[in-house]
Design a protein around this ligand. Structure first.
Ligand code: LHQ
Length: 264
């Protein structure tokens, strides 16, 4: 099991997915992306999973696409990277549409598609020594796996273009200051911080979080008018959930809520 490219462990409502090629800084291979996709699909439907944590083994989160994965062969025909992305894009889509919170625990450098994977998550915590590098331009590529969509929304056009075109590492602290990520934490506190956040989500209103994700997804293209309609529709569903009943009941009774996370 320790040699699996993606380690999966599940306990107490928390599914942990660890990119596991530490000697190659968790560079992403096509088979790794397939494994990640399958693990996400299982987590999506498992009633025992209420939050997913994505992290990397060793000193990196992920150095992006494995440049030695056989896609590029010296002297060979030029590959169609669009076909390669067919194995990456479903993972990004799944993280964004997964009806449960997904937390990135960025333990070290995230480069190229590794950065995109982290930014696709709902909350990004990073160790203070970690950095984010839109490495693509270094090899003549454009940011992919959603980075050209996420970057300008998170940090604005000027910073998005600077990050993409200069391809320099951005420290975790600056990433937090720019709004690229949720939080930079001291290296020796990252594990505890992630455990606390994951436990909180595992005891949270899971269905409500799923609806929040739908609302934020809609806001990316909706007018205010359309978004008000979407919020109305989603809030109708949230208000019909057992967790709404429990949340309000607990508030009025001045006790802690005990959320089931269920839709009905
Ligand atoms: C690696 C890699 C790597 C293989 C380190 N591959 N071995 C495109 C097409 C289609 C689909 C999806 O996405 C994409 C977009 C991309 O993701 S393209 C961008 C790919 N990533 C990069 O260009 C980053 C390449 N890596 C680096 O620049 C450096 O390794 C960084 C800055 C991440 C870390 O530098 P160092 O801390 O100095 O470590 P290192 O370079 O010595 O790497 C350690 C080992 O990891 C080394 O292997 P070795 O056997 O020599 O010890 C590297 O070859 C290997 N490694 N990244 N992407």
């Amino acid at each position: 099991m320790a040699n699996e490219p993606v380690l999966v462990s599940a306990a107490d409502g928390i599914t942990r997915l660890t990119l596991n090629r530490p000697d190659k800084l968790n560079a992403l291979t096509r088979s790794m992306m397939r494994d990640l996709q399958s693990a996400l699909e299982r987590a999506a439907v498992s009633p025992d999973c209420r939050v997913i944590v994505l992290t990397g083994a060793g000193r990196a989160f992920s150095a992006g696409q494995d440049l030695a994965d056989g896609v590029y062969v010296k002297g060979g025909p030029q590959p169609d990277l669009g076909l390669v992305l067919d194995q990456y894009n479903p993972v990004v889509r799944r993280i964004r549409t997964l009806p449960k919170p997904v937390i990135a625990a960025v333990n070290g450098i995230a480069a190229g598609a590794g950065t995109s994977l982290a930014l696709a998550c709902d909350l990004v915590f990073a160790a203070r020594s970690a950095s984010f590098m839109q490495a693509f331009a270094k090899i003549g590529l454009i940011p992919d796996c959603g980075s050209t969509w996420m970057l300008p929304r998170l940090v604005g056009e000027a910073r998005a273009r600077g990050l993409a075109m200069l391809a320099e590492p951005l420290s975790a602290e600056k990433a937090e200051a720019w709004g690229l990520i949720w939080k930079a934490v001291d290296d020796d506190k990252l594990a505890a911080e992630i455990d606390a956040a994951a436990s909180r989500f595992a005891a949270g209103p899971t269905y409500g979080f799923a609806l929040q994700k739908q609302a934020f997804a809609g806001s990316a293209h909706n007018t205010l008018d359309a978004q008000l309609d979407l919020e109305r529709a989603l809030q109708s569903k949230a208000g019909a959930s057992p967790d709404y009943e429990e949340g309000v009941g607990a508030f009025l009774a001045k006790r802690k809520p005990s959320f089931s996370g269920r839709e009905s």
